[in-house]
Write a protein that binds this ligand. Structure first.
Ligand SMILES: Nc1ncnc2c1ncn2[C@@H]1O[C@H](COP(=O)(O)OP(=O)(O)OP(=O)(O)O)[C@@H](O)[C@H]1O
Ligand SMILES: [Mg+2]
Length: 240
């Protein structure tokens, strides 16, 4: 009997209108680069996915390298994510992480320490989904002699965790580089670009949010930039 080919398991983006266009969402196990300028909802977009998946029983680890845990959790509460229900998302902020990495008593080689720490977290609490917010904050802590090579190794080890991993990347408002060293774009399986654009609005100017999936290996998807509307708990694209 012919073997049945199961559709690839997907992690929804939980953006209304977008998941249908992606055949359900992001293929499980992808390394996802989420790039955008300040305020473009990078952290909110990623946290929201982990939060919703954790409600369904997945284990999720959110490494906040910049924003404190308290600030992140309260921001997510304002977007309708009740901290009481978010227990399934383990948020580790950089202070806690630094303490634990330094316990390993090596010269603070951050990338190496972080790699080991991630393996330990996975053993202790599981890690179906992982978020690293942000790559740029990590680079600032981890001077690298050969960035392309070290980032390659780091991302490959993240891939070996077999988690769906979200790597947040900070961009300038009108920048074209989706990540600092360029190599991240090639290594990622999926790239989500969150963009802010000024538009004329009557006598003044306003800023609109857009979202685009600019890369998704193995999926036939649109390359459009869709306006992204956020209203409380709901994220939605506008499309014809
Ligand atoms: N309750 C809310 N409803 C709608 N939008 C909100 C709400 N709370 C915050 N925002 C918007 O979310 C933006 C911040 O989102 P977020 O922190 O996810 O962005 P970011 O891209 O991670 O930014 P950064 O680069 O500074 O980390 C704010 O600038 C604000 O416009
Ligand atoms: Mg952020």
């Amino acid at each position: 009997m012919a073997e049945e080919v199961l559709p690839e398991a997907r992690i929804p983006t939980y953006v209304e209108g977008l998941d249908e266009r992606l055949g359900g969402g992001i293929p499980k196990g992808h390394v996802v680069l989420v790039s955008g300028p300040p305020g473009s909802l990078k952290s909110s977009f990623v946290y929201r996915i982990l939060f919703r998946e954790a409600l369904k029983g997945s284990s999720a680890l959110y490494l906040s390298m910049e924003q404190s845990r308290a600030s992140l959790v309260s921001q997510m509460a304002s977007l309708g994510m009740d901290p009481g229900k978010g227990k399934g998302v383990h948020v580790i902020d950089v202070r806690a992480l630094r303490r634990e990495i330094e316990e390993i008593r090596e010269a603070p080689r951050w990338l190496l320490g972080l790699r080991r720490q991630l393996v330990r977290y996975k053993e202790e609490m599981g890690c179906d989904l992982l978020a690293l917010d942000s790559l740029d904050a990590l680079y600032a802590l981890a001077p690298m002699e050969n960035p392309r090579n070290e980032i390659f190794q780091f991302i490959e080890e993240i891939r070996d965790l077999n988690a769906t991993a979200f790597l947040v990347s900070e961009m300038e408002r009108d920048g074209v580089r989706l990540a600092k060293h360029g190599v991240e774009e090639f290594l990622a399986d999926t790239i989500v670009h969150l963009r802010l654009r000024e538009i004329d609005a009557g006598m003044g100017t306003s800023v609109r949010r857009y979202i685009s999936v600019v890369k998704m290996r193995g999926v036939n998807h649109d390359l459009d930039y869709f306006p992204l509307l956020v209203d409380g708990n709901s994220f939605e694209i506008v499309s014809e």
